[in-house]
Design a protein around this ligand. Structure first.
Ligand SMILES: *Cc1c(COP(=O)(O)O)cnc(C)c1O
Length: 459
């Protein structure tokens, strides 16, 4: 399909893609007409899982991205609709029993809470280890783990246009305030950035910062145009809006002012990057997402793509090959392939890291160099981002070769290290050092860092 000039196309798209955002959660799940053809017991299973994990999907995803002829296998259906396998059989049955027995709301909620807390809601020390401080006071709603890059979680962006079933930030969306973070504090963001000149990158994240109205984004970002923030060279948006609501960039009432804001940042000499979360090529199959990509690119944005490798959604090399090729064609730069994190419904979505590497290797070796900018598979673990470089045999010992591509201590970066081969391990903490060593080279120092944080938060 060929597109005409952007303006003509924009008008076209306004006429056939100008849909109104409509959202469905566990409360009005029965209003989704496409679910009427699903057997009653499957629907009940879905509702039970939706009591534990956040569920939210919108009309665009339902009407245009999911192929309903292909459920339950359809990748976008797996990406957004709760699946029975996301709970262990025991947990599922315990909840089902309470419901069948007409237990009280309180008892059901207690059970839901119990299940949630055993699912490692905050992996990789997110709530404590990465929290920056101003005058000794912790700044909740920000994370500063790697020297160059500050993560900001604006309170108006603590939701997404739709939720991913495998989301590692799922605990932020289940309404229990002690599990949330997010800040309205533009002032503390700005002060923190002014006082930390080593920071070059601001990463707006969430939830999804693109659920925010442009006026809020302006409030956070236009002050950065002043020369006090010259050290902030890049502004990144971590977002899945290109998948879940591309209208944000095309037909929403403040789409044009968003593009204008982005242009202003770029004209002032900053790099603006959209870190787009794409799991599957089916996500860029519609005219409206292609128009959104084009508008961002025309404004001077680089779109980089990142996604975890997840069972039941994108666990084959062919999917990644087709996805990366299509991204390069659209002007998107493949950036990271992640290992599914050790939280939430991981039992349903995770893959052994050796298997993840095989898929990565198979995919990356079948695309041109322009797609080989995708690094991975990478584990965002407590000590840093650890890339699985491969499997090797060194002096007759089979090992997994690893390296940090980001680390709490930048001196750890790019030093290869070796774990005993383990074809079942799914996360860094399950790996043991190779060659009879007791600890990985960074472990002692990392333990000290953890100790320091717990002293800080108790004292
Ligand atoms: C991945 C990540 C970043 C960004 O790392 P880059 O390698 O610069 O993309 C920053 N902070 C945290 C906590 C991260 O996980």
């Amino acid at each position: 399909m060929r597109y005409g000039s952007s303006t003509i196309f924009s008008e076209n798209i306004k006429s056939f893609c100008d849909r109104k955002f409509r959202v469905f959660t566990e409360r009005n799940i029965d209003e989704i007409t496409q679910l009427k053809h699903i057997p009653e017991d499957e629907l009940q299973s879905m509702k039970i899982v939706a009591m534990v994990f956040p569920f939210r999907v919108n009309n665009y995803v339902i009407d245009e991205l999911i192929n309903w002829e292909n459920i339950p296998a359809d990748p976008i259906y797996q990406l957004t609709f709760p699946q029975k396998g996301m709970l262990t059989e025991d947990d599922f049955n315990a909840l089902k029993k309470l419901i069948d027995e007409d237990a009280s709301v309180d008892d059901i909620q207690k059970e839901v809470k119990r299940i949630r807390f055993q699912l490692n809601p905050h992996p990789a020390g997110q709530l404590d280890m990465n929290v920056p401080r101003l005058d000794g006071e912790p700044l909740f709603g920000m994370q500063h783990k790697y020297n160059e890059t500050v993560l900001f979680f604006p309170s108006q962006g603590q939701v997404c246009h739709s939720f991913c079933t495998f989301c590692f930030r799922w605990a932020q969306f289940i309404g229990e305030s002690e599990l949330r973070f997010g800040t309205k504090e533009a002032d503390s963001l700005h002060r923190y950035l002014r006082e930390n000149k080593q920071v070059t990158d601001l990463l707006m994240t969430g939830g999804d910062p693109m659920v925010m109205k442009t006026k809020y984004l302006e409030n956070y970002l236009t002050p950065l145009l002043s020369s006090e923030y010259d050290h902030i060279q890049s502004i990144r948006f971590g977002t899945k809006a290109l998948t879940f609501w591309p209208h944000r960039f095309v037909t929403d009432s403040d789409a044009d002012s968003l593009i204008a804001l982005i242009k202003k940042l770029i004209d002032s000499g900053k790099h603006v990057a959209v870190m787009a979360h794409f799991n599957h090529w089916q996500e860029f199959s519609t005219p409206v997402v292609r128009e959104a990509i084009k508008r961002l690119r025309d404004a001077g944005v680089e779109i980089r793509s990142q996604a975890p490798l997840v069972a039941n959604i994108n666990d084959s090399a062919d999917i990644w090959i087709k996805m990366w090729k299509e991204q390069v064609r659209l002007g998107i730069i493949p950036y990271y392939m992640f290992v599914e994190r050790d939280t939430g419904a991981k039992a349903y979505f995770e893959l052994p890291i050796v298997k993840a590497w095989e898929i990565y290797k198979d995919a990356i070796s079948n695309v041109s160099g322009l797609s080989r900018t995708a690094r991975g598979p990478s584990m965002s673990a407590g000590p840093g981002k650890v890339e699985i470089q491969g499997v090797a045999t060194i002096k007759s010992e089979k090992v997994i070769v690893l390296r940090f591509i980001q680390a709490r201590n930048h001196e750890w970066v790019q030093k290869p290290f070796f774990a005993k081969y383990d074809e079942n391990a799914t996360w860094l903490d399950q790996l043991k050092p190779a060659f009879g060593e007791e600890k990985f080279f960074f472990e002692e120092e990392y333990e000290h860092m953890q100790l320091k944080v717990s002293e800080n938060s108790t004292g």
